[in-house]
Design a protein around this ligand. Structure first.
Ligand SMILES: Cc1cc2nc3c(=O)[nH]c(=O)nc-3n(C[C@H](O)[C@H](O)[C@H](O)COP(=O)(O)OP(=O)(O)OC[C@H]3O[C@@H](n4cnc5c(N)ncnc54)[C@H](O)[C@@H]3O)c2cc1C
Length: 369
């Protein structure tokens, strides 16, 4: 009899795991909170060994065909260009592929045979009870089922982690940074050849990105831990006012005004998820749910695809899931830790705290032109 597994979350981690476990003979069900695939978000990177994973899955050519190639500019407070660069051609990114988040989700989803893998949208795990030989799962919409193994691939604010491992605060490393993201289509960057326009000052960054026929803007800023409830939709606007009102540099007034009335404002704190172990009994976590490195590293997607693939291969190689889980923890941890450690450097470049660091951050790009 096929081992039955449940994967919570249909994004990079969950869909990659579903692809492999189905291939390796498991009975796979994926449950996704969204009513459909969640295809929003800014472009993301596929790097290093994640590109090998894509080749193994037979989706590399599709990813490459959808590559997002662009030129960006860093500007000063008066909108004068300081540096212009094409990130895809810089030596440290050569070979990596940047792609619209939604395109990659759809490509991985497209690789999964829908007549073999069951994908349920608009539902969530509500409770998990672990037994010696199975896991009993209750769903938000009422039904209850049993599985051999359960996987949490449900992102940074993972429900599976919360239910089975403990509250988010126990594993969250706050990076001292908040960010806000919104569609700002009326903002014209006035630079037809460039996609991303970046303005940077001490502890703050504003970016307007033109992609998929729209303009999106991001405000990022350093701040101590704020008394902020992520369910409150108005509070982020108050916080943005506190940090940006009266700042007349570059297009900050226009971006702030747009964010204060935006229906789709996405506001969060930048954080990493750091856990001593990603498995507990018959439950394992993958992707951001287990080891979110934060978007500053540009490695969330690659870690998700690599981690899911490594775990699936361990489960294929070892009949005993406990050995597979132990190997997954042991073999992937050094890489995860090295990736998470990169965030300090990225923060220094993107949100410099001294004038010296600010000038160095411009020079870093101009040296690579
Ligand atoms: C809508 C969206 C937009 C994003 N935009 C960006 C971006 O602009 N830049 C960036 O760097 N990263 C972005 N990310 C995060 C990025 O996708 C991840 O950092 C990374 O690629 C790791 O992927 P993941 O599969 O582990 O997690 P995620 O991509 O976060 O996927 C988690 C999945 O789990 C689902 N989920 C959440 N809770 C439940 C639940 N209770 N039950 C079932 N399913 C659940 C989510 O809907 C989502 O599909 C975004 C993620 C999402 C979901």
């Amino acid at each position: 009899m096929k081992k039955q597994v449940l994967i919570s979350g249909a994004s990079f981690a969950g869909l990659t795991l579903a692809y492999w476990l189905n291939k390796f003979g498991f009975g796979v069900t994926v449950i996704e909170l969204g009513k459909d695939l969640r295809t929003g978000g800014s472009p993301i990177d596929v790097r290093g060994e994640a590109l090998d994973v894509a080749r193994e899955m037979g989706i590399y050519d599709q990813i490459k065909a959808n590559e997002f190639v662009h030129t960006d500019e860093i500007v000063d407070a008066d909108d004068q260009t300081l540096v212009k660069f094409a990130i895809n051609t810089l030596p440290e990114y050569l070979g990596d592929i940047e792609i619209h988040r939604g395109n990659l989700v759809e490509i991985i989803y497209g690789a999964i045979p829908k007549d073999e893998v069951k994908i349920i949208f608009g539902n969530s795990i509500a409770a998990l009870v672990q037994h010696e030989d199975h896991v009993e799962v209750s769903f938000e919409k009422g039904e209850r089922r049993t599985y051999d193994l359960v996987f949490g691939a449900d992102g940074t604010h993972s429900m599976v982690r919360k239910i089975d491992f403990g509250p988010e605060e126990e594993f969250k490393k706050f990076l001292g940074v908040y960010f806000a993201f919104a569609a700002t289509n009326h903002i014209q960057t006035g630079r037809p050849g460039s996609s991303g326009i970046v303005y940077r000052e001490l502890g703050k960054q504003a970016v307007s990105y033109e992609f998929l026929n729209g303009v999106n803007s991001i405000l990022v800023f350093r701040a101590p831990k704020l008394n902020w409830n992520y369910r409150d939709r108005e509070q982020p606007k108050q916080i943005l006012r506190e940090y940006f009102a009266g700042n007349t540099n570059w297009k900050i007034p226009q971006i702030l005004d747009a964010m204060l009335v935006a229906d789709d404002l996405y506001f969060d704190e930048a954080c990493q998820i750091c856990m001593p172990t990603w498995t507990k009994g018959r439950v394992a976590l993958i992707g951001d749910a287990a080891y979110a490195p934060s978007f500053f590293t540009g490695m969330g997607t690659s870690l998700a695809m690599q981690g899911a693939t490594l775990l699936a291969k361990e489960l294929y190689a070892n009949e005993d899931y406990q050995i597979a889980f132990a190997n997954y923890n042991e073999r992937f941890k050094p890489f995860v830790e090295s990736v998470q450690a990169r965030v300090d450097h990225s923060l220094k470049v993107q949100l410099p705290e001294t004038e010296e660091e600010l000038q160095a951050s411009f020079a870093a790009w101009s040296n690579q032109q």
